[in-house]
Design a protein around this ligand. Structure first.
Ligand code: UDP
Ligand code: MN
Length: 357
């Protein structure tokens, strides 16, 4: 039996035709798939970049809102500070400077070297910097004026006089003494009063004299009040004499009729040093207006006030008829430096080596 060539040929010729069309179809299918995948990927990309953009816009908008809010708060704070300054200081400075009728406030501060001195004087100077027409007479209880105080005064830019007057040894507080044991600030306040008598005259200089210890706390309002003193002004002092506030008692007519003091109430003027100011004129006209080491404990204020007023009715009650507290007799504790000794024991440098604290 011979094989049928036609069939054979037919068979062989048909097979390649079917193969190539399949391949074409596959190719087309493949291209379509590729195209679909490409379009799909393109879609994803365009969508994701859109959402990226949306996300970017959202966070930008949030940042903008946040910044706007911060700016609004800053603006409010600035306005607040401006108002504070305008009411407490700038207006007064503008009105006061160059106005001879406005008295200068001479603040007399005795001070002595100790670890907290720079902190106390910094606090004090930052209050005084805000008071117009203030002249700070700072008197160091020392044999010399120190760099520390001189630099502090220079930096503060406050009108000032820098003096020194050493407390005589027999009156100097010793380490073991209670702080009440001996009078403090006597020599220094007197040195300042002497300076005023030498360099200020009653005829040309209007002034108010105030004794401001370096450790008390002072409101700016106190200085506005004392600027009005004619002879001797008085006001309450917080945190003193075993009371929350020591104050003059004032009657309905606005006259001082007594005091609320509990400690040594028999004193003629049981008022703390921070609770009064005296017109410069009275000091300049009377050499005897000064402090003394020979007065009983707690009588310094009474001794000096007795020289400038003869009756309670001459006292001018300030701070809303002695109903407001604008000064506090704060006391700063002496810090201990236990670990400085440890450093020394270990032959290490003290913590403040080369620094002013
Ligand atoms: N003062 C001074 N030398 C001293 C002790 C105190 O110059 O040895 C100053 C002190 O710096 C302050 C004033 O005198 O300005 C009153 O002293 P302190 O504050 O200790 O008195 P207190 O608070 O007990 O009334
Ligand atoms: Mn004090």
């Amino acid at each position: 039996m011979s094989p049928n060539p036609t069939v054979k040929i037919k068979y062989h010729s048909l097979a390649p035709i079917g193969d190539s069309s399949m391949k074409k179809k596959k190719k087309v299918l493949f291209l379509i798939v590729i195209l679909v995948v490409f379009i799909w990927i393109l879609g994803i990309f365009s969508r994701s970049s859109e959402s990226d953009l949306e996300l970017g816009e959202d966070s930008l908008r949030a940042m903008l809102i946040q910044t706007q809010e911060e700016l609004r708060i800053s603006r409010q704070q600035m306005l607040h500070y401006e108002q504070m300054l305008t009411s407490s200081c700038v207006d007064q400075i503008n009105a006061y400077h160059g106005n001879d009728q406005v008295p200068t406030i001479y603040v007399i501060t005795p001070t002595y070297a100790r670890p907290v001195q720079k902190a106390e004087l910094t606090r004090l100077s930052h209050t005084f910097m805000l008071v117009p027409k203030l002249h700070w007479i700072i008197v160091e209880d020392a044999t010399n004026k120190t760099e520390l105080v001189a630099n502090l005064l220079k930096e503060s830019n406050i009108n000032h006089t820098h003096l020194h007057a050493l407390t005589p040894d027999q009156y100097k507080l010793k380490k073991k003494d209670g702080h009440w044991k001996k009078p403090r600030g006597v020599q220094q306040r007197n040195a300042a009063l002497d300076w005023l008598r030498l360099f200020r005259s009653s005829d040309n200089d209007k002034g108010i004299v105030y004794f401001a210890d370096d450790d008390n706390s002072y409101s700016l309002k106190l200085f506005s009040e004392m600027r009005r003193v004619k002879r001797v002004g008085v006001w309450p002092v917080g945190l003193v004499g075993g009371l929350k506030v020591e104050k003059s008692l004032v009657n309905a007519q606005g006259k001082v009729i007594g005091f609320n003091s509990m400690w040594a109430p028999q004193r003629p003027f049981p008022i703390d040093m921070a609770g009064f100011a005296i017109n410069l004129d009275l000091i300049n006209r009377n050499e005897n207006v000064k402090f003394s080491f020979d007065v009983d404990r707690g009588y310094q204020e009474s001794a000096i006030l007795s020289k400038v007023v003869t009756s309670l009715s001459q006292l001018e009650p300030l701070a809303d008829n002695c109903t407001k507290v604008y000064v506090w007799h704060t006391r700063t504790i002496d810090p201990t430096f236990a670990y400085e000794a440890v450093l020394k024991k270990k032959h290490m440098a003290p913590s403040d080596l080369g620094m002013e604290v």
